[in-house]
Design a protein. Structure first.
Ligand SMILES: Cc1ncc(COP(=O)(O)O)c(C=O)c1O
Length: 282
């Protein structure tokens, strides 16, 4: 705690999302959480079960295979004070399409103008472009907004899925608000599961505080990231080599573990043949 922020350890990212949702509900039971269309399938059950309402903002354009940023911004310009906008810190699940640095700046500007709060889900730090690069938007918002909620997960980047290791970090407008927020968060945790499991968090703490372990973790994470990005490039190249007419270049620009291939679920003969031809290349 201190420096206008407080972090509470949680049972994974899911536990963090649920705890943050309870915290939001206690601060403003009428708050609506705006989620990207599409978003991770578990956002609504996790956050909704804490009693919060949802609306969605346009995010991924299946036609252009890119973020529909103009449409997204238009909707964000209507989000009122008291509501929250949920953003994926990096490696958007399920589209793989992330905001550019300029787009993060525009989101920051509209958040300041409208006075809504931002809620960031950071489940894949280090799996997109780099440990620092992947939190460019998170840092930008933490520096410029009075308040911010960040839920992070160590499940993927530390390979600790089964140990349920995550955290909720609140950036507050003052150290006093942080102290109050911390009391509310820990009381909500106590009423749910009391204490999060310790083993995974102890592993993360040891790695982060031991220079040799930290650098070997960073190297391993880079290997994972490089492999994902290499597979993306090889996939696109193979399709080009096979003279597949459709341009799949967008897959190379997307980040993390997910992408939409852009196939409609049609059962006609042509799309069946197209898929067969495509996958016969691998
Ligand atoms: C976008 C997103 N947020 C949060 C989570 C939850 O993370 P955890 O496994 O740490 O509960 C996931 C896991 O798949 C995810 O994809």
């Amino acid at each position: 705690m201190g420096k206008r922020r407080v972090t509470v350890q949680t049972p994974g990212g899911c536990g963090g999302l649920r705890l943050a949702a309870e915290f939001i509900g206690k601060a403003n039971a009428e708050a609506t959480v705006w989620v990207s269309d599409p978003t991770w399938a578990n956002h609504k059950p996790l956050i909704g079960s804490a009693g919060l309402k949802f609306k969605s903002y346009p995010y991924y354009d299946h036609e252009s295979q890119n973020v529909k940023f103009i449409d997204m911004l238009k909707i964000l310009q209507q989000v009122p004070q008291g509501d929250l906008v949920l953003l994926h810190g990096c490696c958007h699940n399920p589209s793989g399409a992330d905001l550019s640095p300029e787009q993060w700046e525009a989101v920051r500007d509209v958040a300041l103008q409208q006075g809504f709060n931002v809620f960031i889900d950071l489940a894949y730090q280090g799996m997109g472009t780099g440990l620092e690069e992947d939190v460019h938007g998170v840092r930008l918002l933490a520096e410029s907004l009075p308040e911010l909620i960040i839920v992070s997960s160590c499940s993927k980047n530390f390979g600790l899925y089964r140990e349920r290791t995550g955290a909720v970090t609140l950036v507050c407008d003052s150290d006093e608000s942080c102290a109050t927020a911390s009391t509310v968060l820990t009381a909500a945790a106590r009423a749910n599961y009391s204490m999060p499991p310790d083993h995974g968090a102890a592993i993360v703490q040891l790695i982060m505080n031991t220079p040799e372990l930290r650098s070997s973790w960073e190297e391993e994470l880079k290997e994972i990231r490089d492999r994902i990005n290499k597979l993306r490039s090889q996939f696109v190249q193979k399709l080009k080599d096979a003279e597949i007419a459709r341009d799949f270049g967008f897959i190379e620009n997307e980040k993390g573990m997910f992408s939409f291939l852009g196939f409609q679920c049609r059962s006609d003969q042509n799309s069946h043949r197209e898929l067969q031809h495509l996958f016969s290349q691998f």
